[in-house]
Design a protein around this ligand. Structure first.
Ligand SMILES: [Zn+2]
Length: 305
């Protein structure tokens, strides 16, 4: 049995776009990664239309974008691409002549994670990459709210007093994003001269080499994520909480232990099922690409289901 291509999935992140053809068995082919060259919507449109036109199939397109997507598929509030309400769905549909679906990137990642383990019908995703975002499926239904459900980056957490990009102190994102991890490490190690700006990859590598400062910063990121996971568990009662995103892919084991410890300390659920599982994403391919492609296929009027 050959898997049938049903949609194009697009992950528009802070530093790159990942595109792939998604098949009806939730697999993915022709995965392409493009480093972000310009932080404006026109560049994103050119990248997506260029990829779609190279394929011999005319497939619906699903986009998971870092930002808040409204019900019309316009994107707002992205920290990395200057969306400013850009009508991404309308522009792509006009350019490509296929149905287009646009949603927040971690929201579609939650759909991808749900499809990859549909026995558990309620799942929350916390994605720590350039920023921190969240997504959730509740009893088989993707939570979108009015467009910005599970925007968890600015949940207050008790750890630290770091100044966040939003202007407040103590937000989850100010401690647990890749950007924050790199910044906090640099602040605590001013004597370590570097020829280029530090990244979270450098911090993970330092932690693995036994650097105590790096280890502490990753543990704090994990503890903040665990604390946020406990808050989320109280609100939506997931069966599992999945950690994903670039920082987690790099430093997952170091972060997970601290996240689990903080989660266990703080989570309270009023049922006899026990507390949710908290685990790293096991998706072999980008869950945003898979979730976005499958959502586009499901909402394509020509191929319902
Ligand atoms: Zn904030």
């Amino acid at each position: 049995m050959t898997a049938t291509p049903v949609g194009i999935g697009v992950d528009v992140g802070g530093t790159k776009i990942v595109l792939g053809v998604v098949h009806d068995d939730h697999s993915c082919s022709r995965l392409t990664r493009i480093e972000t060259a310009r932080r404006d919507p026109a560049w994103v449109v050119a990248a997506v239309t260029g990829y779609a036109r190279e394929l011999e199939w005319s497939l619906p397109v699903g986009v998971g974008a870092a930002g808040a997507a409204d019900p019309e598929g316009a994107v707002h509030f992205g920290s990395f691409i200057a969306w400013n309400g850009f009508p991404l769905r309308a522009v792509l549909e006009a350019e490509l002549g296929v149905p287009v679906f646009v949603q927040n990137d971690v929201t579609v990642a939650a759909w991808g994670e749900y499809l990859l383990d549909p026995r558990r019908r309620s799942v929350a995703v916390i994605a720590a990459g350039t920023g921190v975002g969240g997504g959730a499926v509740s009893d088989g239904v993707l939570l979108t709210g009015a467009g910005a459900a599970m925007e968890i980056g600015h949940l207050p957490v008790s750890l630290g007093e770091s100044l966040c990009a939003c202007g407040r102190r103590g937000c989850l994102e100010s401690i647990a994003s890749g950007t924050s991890v790199a910044r906090r490490y640099a602040e605590r190690t001013p004597d370590r001269a570097t020829t280029r700006p530090l990244s979270s990859t450098d911090v993970v590598a330092a932690a693995r080499n036994g650097d105590e400062v790096a280890r502490a910063i990753l543990a704090e990121a994990g503890a903040a994520i665990g604390e946020a996971a406990a808050l989320i568990a109280s609100v939506i009662d997931p069966e599992r909480v999945v950690l994903s995103g670039g920082l987690i892919r790099g430093g997952g084991p170091e972060i997970l232990a601290a996240a689990r410890a903080a989660f266990a300390r703080q989570v309270r659920v009023p049922n006899d099922r026990g507390v949710p599982i908290i685990e790293l994403s096991t998706a072999e391919q980008d869950p945003i690409v898979i979730g976005a492609g499958m959502l586009a296929a499901a909402r394509n009027p020509e191929r319902a289901g």
